[in-house]
Design a binder for this molecule. Structure first.
Ligand code: SAH
Length: 374
């Protein structure tokens, strides 16, 4: 009996030491990540979150950056098994915003203190390079002090370069899972992890501040997969990482699959903050959907970004990637003020700033793709 208690104490101390090592070296092995994830406890999470908060405060104080999310199209040529706006979902009511509608969202966002606009959408051929470049230029000339982030999936390096030259500086492209077999369980054959990763390396090389990320608890995900995700972050050294729990959508092949948990998502946020101390880490809408206090908890686990919705109210209930999405009935101003209150109540404050990464691309920091990962 005594012996067992000693063993348990020793294991607890070993796990804390692993977290100390991650803080010191900003990296661990895949086996070590897996061990931490498998053996996590409430006590270990608190130990991790305290360090994560200290590190985020060293880099960003208690500031929380706002990103105004503009969901400008829900047409998509892809058929990802998890996503509510997949091509095969005939029940999705499709919409596109015009350039004028997008600019109107930015106008409203600017008034509310947003200095970053995130244009997110399905992979929609209607938005050709010409159309997108015109939109990017229009936003940039009207709001020169704002950053534009694109989140529009896989395009050619040539297109990415053209958007960058037009004024887009950041790009979000979640890798979804860093394990090729798992990737093929979440996507049809036409989509590959290799192509997704190649896009990320190209974006980085062009000079974008790049965000990758993954869903937590997606169908078929194992601890080993999550460890691969963390190792991929170590290699790519992205400026932003978006993670959130998988949540089923009733009109997809994964309708009956269980959601991911807030608890595991938070633990991973903490690990990511230790691995990438200056990373821009959002407490996502999916996290706020699965847990009513999810976004506050995400900030307390090391997050420093929130992405309230700036989409026009009449399209919000059409950009449904998963069920029960929060804030679909709110006006932009309501979301903005709601978030401000939520952050204040946990000791942080939203700021009017572009909120650039403090980690800028350099040749030596992993901008180049190590050939074995492609
Ligand atoms: N078409 C763009 C934007 C995708 S939507 C692209 O390909 O990058 C943004 C993210 O929402 C996706 O990358 C995915 O990780 C997440 N998402 C999609 N369906 C989801 C679901 N059912 N539950 C949780 N997150 C989901």
């Amino acid at each position: 009996m005594k012996h067992t208690e000693l063993d348990i104490t020793e294991q607890r101390n070993n796990l804390k030491q692993l977290i100390d090592t991650l803080e010191r070296d900003q990296k661990l092995s895949s086996e070590e990540y897996a061990l931490l994830i498998e053996s996590r406890s409430a006590e270990l999470s608190e130990y991790l979150f305290e360090k994560a908060r200290r590190i985020r405060e060293q880099h960003y104080g208690t500031d929380v950056y706002l990103r105004g999310l503009i969901e400008f199209t829900n047409y998509c040529k892809n058929d990802c098994y998890y996503c509510g706006i997949r091509r095969s979902n005939k029940n999705a009511a499709r919409y596109r915003l015009t350039k004028e509608q997008i600019l109107f969202c930015c106008e409203e966002g600017y008034r509310l203190g947003f200095r970053t606009f995130v244009l997110q959408g399905g992979e929609d051929g209607h938005f050709s390079d010409t159309v997108l470049i015109e939109i990017i230029r229009a936003i940039k000339s009207r709001f020169p002090d704002c950053a534009i982030t694109l989140s529009i999936g896989e395009r050619t390096a040539e297109s990415y370069r053209a958007y960058y030259e037009a004024g887009a500086e950041r790009y979000l492209l979640r890798h979804e899972t860093a394990d090729p077999d798992h990737y093929s369980k979440l996507h049809p054959e036409s989509m590959t992890l290799a192509s997704r990763k190649q896009c990320l390396w190209e974006l980085k090389q062009i000079g974008y501040q790049v965000g990758c990320g993954f869903m937590v608890g997606s169908p078929g995900q194992t601890t080993a997969h999550l460890a691969s995700d963390l190792i991929f972050l170590q290699e790519l050294q992205p400026q932003m990482v978006g993670i959130g729990p998988f949540i089923p959508h009733h009109d997809t092949p994964f309708a009956k699959e269980p959601s991911g948990t807030a608890e595991l998502t938070l633990f991973l946020l903490g690990l990511i903050r230790l691995m990438l101390p200056a990373v821009l880490l959002p407490a996502t809408t999916a996290l706020g959907t699965i847990d009513p206090m999810g976004r506050e908890k995400g900030i307390l686990a090391g997050g420093n970004v929130v992405m309230p919705n700036l989409s026009p109210r009449d399209v919000r209930d059409k950009y449904l990637l998963y069920d029960n999405k929060i804030c679909t009935g709110d006006e932009a101003a309501e979301c903005r003020h709601c978030i401000e209150g939520r952050m204040n109540r946990v000791g942080y404050q939203v700021v009017v700033a572009r909120g650039d990464s403090k980690l800028i691309n350099q040749e030596s920091d992993g901008t180049r793709c190590p050939s074995e990962t492609l």
